[in-house]
Design a protein around this ligand. Structure first.
Ligand code: PA5
Length: 445
């Protein structure tokens, strides 16, 4: 079971820059109240909690078909529609494409160079394409969908065999196209927003395609949900995680939370978490800026800043207790001081020791940090991590008194893009951009 060790956040360990038990006690009533709001599903977007009990038989069936009949599996989506699948694939099937079929390509941008490579590496007739968009109209996803659609058309292959649409059950352009063209579909439940959707067909279909048992993943999520259902903050790791970061932000003026998994395969999980946290909590008067990092690699790139730079960060480690495989460091170069201490140890010993040492080094100079420990990297514990972070993020949003499920701040940029790309109704936005361009031209060297 996932475990949260928060000793190095507490005043008793790191002194006045830490949090006191009294401060946590002070939020107890608020936590009880939020717990009630979560349990009563006060907001429809809390529907992500109800994903834990779901029938995955159709997902397994279609995934089996994809595994049996296609060489490639392309995912088209962006934000919440792509980061979850990538986190699953990198954690549970690293270097997947080097020796496994179907090869998986996630196209979550509109960079023409990337798409050009994907198209040249894949035979479209042997490629299943999963287009994932809740709204059914996200420009990036739809643009790449249109390109693939046209390519399939030109190849003479049958769209209805190649495309799988994962979208809203009723609304949106993609649902409309899917109905008209007879595409296979999966639904993202109405209340479930993109960044809270990894445990629905958005993440579960790609997981099954690469051979992951999604029932295990859901079981992990369900078990951590039970563990995080106690209204008593001291007994609830998800609520405590939120309370600690909230207090660090409000009382200690920390504005950045760095997340550092000590496992290469969990780097995309860190990126997934950062999107979840940033889009959910980046609202007026709230939020810390999340930063995705990687241990031990970033000890040689970022750690100096965490140790001696501005005192604005909280470091969150993810520690893996058992890597399932291990490699001995051989006793070579035994006569060389400075190298010979390594021989006889293992790589997992080294990575775990480095994590613990970094934690201690930060604590010694009173820099707050906490550690999420997981027994291993498998479907069960990935399910736990996903659900833990989703629940903790929604909870923290309520603690700040903001809506953790919308993202109004991203609209204006989209509107300017629509204007420039000629979408009807956005003509004035185009004029705005053109005026801004004139101004920009004055200040150039
Ligand atoms: O979390 C979110 O809601 C967003 O990041 C969306 O996932 C992203 O904007 C893509 O939206 P859609 O799934 O509608 O294409």
């Amino acid at each position: 079971m996932l475990e949260l060790n928060f000793s190095n956040m507490m005043g008793e360990v790191i002194g006045e820059k830490g949090i006191s038990e009294r401060e946590i006690e002070g939020l107890k009533t608020a936590v009880f109240d939020i717990d009630k709001r979560i349990k009563s599903r006060e907001r429809p977007e809390l529907a992500f909690i109800d994903l834990l009990e779901q029938d995955v038989s159709e997902i397994k069936k279609i995934a089996g078909d994809i595994r049996g009949n296609f060489d490639n599996f392309v995912i088209l989506g962006i934000g919440g529609s792509a980061l979850g699948p990538r986190a699953i694939i990198d954690a549970l099937s690293p270097f997947h494409n080097l020796d496994k079929k179907p090869r998986v390509f996630i196209y979550d941008n509109v960079d023409p160079r990337t798409l050009d490579r994907i198209l040249s590496l894949t035979d479209i007739r042997k490629t299943a394409i999963n287009v994932i968009t809740k709204s059914g109209s996200t420009a990036e996803t739809i643009a790449s969908f249109m390109i693939f659609w046209d390519n399939v058309e030109k190849s003479g292959a049958d769209h209805s065999k190649i495309f799988i649409a994962t979208t809203d059950p009723e609304k949106g352009n993609l649902r409309k196209i899917a109905k008209e063209k007879g595409l296979r579909t999966f639904s993202i439940p109405p209340g479930v927003g993109g960044r809270y959707s990894v445990l629905c067909p958005v993440g579960l279909l790609p997981a099954e395609v690469i051979g992951i048992n999604t029932e295990e993943m859901l079981k992990g999520a369900s078990d951590i949900h039970k563990r995080c259902s106690d209204p008593e903050v001291w007994k609830n790791p998800a609520y405590l995680f939120g309370v600690l970061l909230y207090l660090m932000n409000r009382e200690e003026k920390r504005t950045i939370n760095v997340i550092v998994p000590y496992a290469d395969g969990l780097k995309p999980l860190a990126e997934w978490f950062c999107q979840l946290w940033a889009e959910s909590l980046g609202k007026p008067g709230a939020g810390l800026t999340p930063y995705p990092s990687l241990g031990t690699t970033d000890q040689h790139s970022q750690l100096q800043l965490w140790m001696e730079g501005p005192e604005d960060k909280v470091i969150i480690f993810i520690r893996v207790n058992d890597y399932a495989v291990d490699i001995n460091i051989p006793k070579v170069f035994q006569d060389m001081d400075g190298l010979n201490y390594l021989g006889g140890h293992t790589l997992s010993e080294l990575i775990k020791t480095e994590q613990e040492s970094t934690e201690l080094a930060l604590a010694r100079i009173k820099r707050p940090n906490m550690t999420i420990g997981i027994p291993g990297i498998d479907a069960y514990h990935m399910g736990q991590l996903f659900h833990f972070f989703e629940l903790a993020t929604a909870f923290t949003g309520f603690l700040y008194g903001i809506n953790p499920f919308n993202q109004p701040g991203v609209e204006e940029g989209k509107n300017f893009t629509y204007g420039m790309m000629g979408r009807r109704g956005y003509e004035t936005k185009r004029e705005d951009v053109e005026k801004a361009r004139e101004k920009k031209a004055c200040w150039r060297v």
